[in-house]
Design a protein around this ligand. Sequence first.
Ligand code: NAD
Ligand code: DAU
Length: 357
Amino acid sequence: MPLREPRRVLVTGGAGFIGSNFVHYWCDRYPVDRVVVLDLLSYAGNRRTLEALEGQENFRFVQGDICDRTLVDALLKAENLDTIAHFAAESHVDRSILGPEAFVRTNVLGTSTLLEAFRQRWNKRGCPQSDRFLHISTDEVYGSLGPDDPPFTETTPYSPNSPYAASKAGSDHLVRAYRHTYGLPTLITNCSNNYGPYQFPEKLIPLICINILLGKSLPVYGDGQNVRDWLYVGDHCSALDVVLHKGTPGETYNIGGNTQIKNIDLVYTLCQLMDELAPNLPVHPSRDLITFVKDRPGHDRRYAIDASKIKTQLGWTPQESIQGSLRRTVKWYLTHRDWWEPLLSEEYQAYYRQVYA
Ligand code: NAD
Ligand code: DAU
């Protein structure tokens, strides 16, 4: 374990997919740190994901809203927090198309509430330069690439296309402005598509795995030729660790896996893995379940991240290969039915019908 001063970290959205993976990563790696999770437990938050940590002395879970200024102020003060790792968000593009307002509220207003609370607390603490506000953002703020365009760099102009991407872009701009105006020790990361354990069933990879297990059709939007750049969630966590410890305040770092895959090819690979790993599938071969459906409105064609800045300046590269970690992820969904089955609630079914009807 590295020799360093203990940190007191607020993790917003720590019961969601990436946030919970980050909390497990951080508590394993830095057991002397205090970790306080603030999560509203929206449909995407799941306290069971953190149950192994409940009762541990350095861990605390608080159910609450990042838009609740009184609560955030009280937490920052009572816990004397010096670091915020801000994951909390409405994160699903399809939901943002159905109802953008929640995205503006949580992603823009919520980030603004946290920034303002952090600013006032930071001033009261005497403006320590070692404090950190780490804002976890997305490559979607950069818009969509053509087939031959170079990958997004940190200087690619913002061009968000979905309400989700626009709300994340708004939050990035606020973080940047707080650095510029008030000198807060902020950091921004823009990451590509993550996969791994504890991802909510609405996202492509868990959705395909679960639908194969249930014998349901596998909906592929449009022509299936859209490209995403996939990164294993554990690699995202190690990148955030490096950015928090070695990143220069005020800077933005792109994070990506250098693994561009067309959606249809990813779905074929998942079908192959499922056919190999899952006994007694309702439909075999599972690729017979693939159904091309109406495209997502405004669907971005291609994302790709140029992660050379974090590599050259901070020495981070992803450790996982897509083959190994995709296989592990598929096995995880196979063996954790007790985790995902309760999430297929009536509310989720209603959402599903709305998107895929
Ligand atoms: P997620 O939807 O799985 O989790 C979001 C979490 O935030 C949930 O636990 C939810 O309960 C919580 N939350 C929502 N509104 C809240 C509020 N008002 N107050 C407190 N908590 C609230 O999302 P994720 O996929 O883990 O993404 C986490 C962050 O990473 C997001 O900011 C997202 O934009 C960013 N990101 C995600 C990906 C990806 O591939 N999933 C890639 C790049 C960046
Ligand atoms: O790029 C980072 C972003 O990745 C994050 O900021 C978002 O929070 C995260 O949700 C993810 O966004 P995407 O829209 O790329 O992820 P999703 O899993 O929803 O979809 C991946 C691709 O698969 C996308 O091109 C749409 C397509 N798709 C998705 C679903 C759910 C389908 O073809 N069928 C589906 O049913």
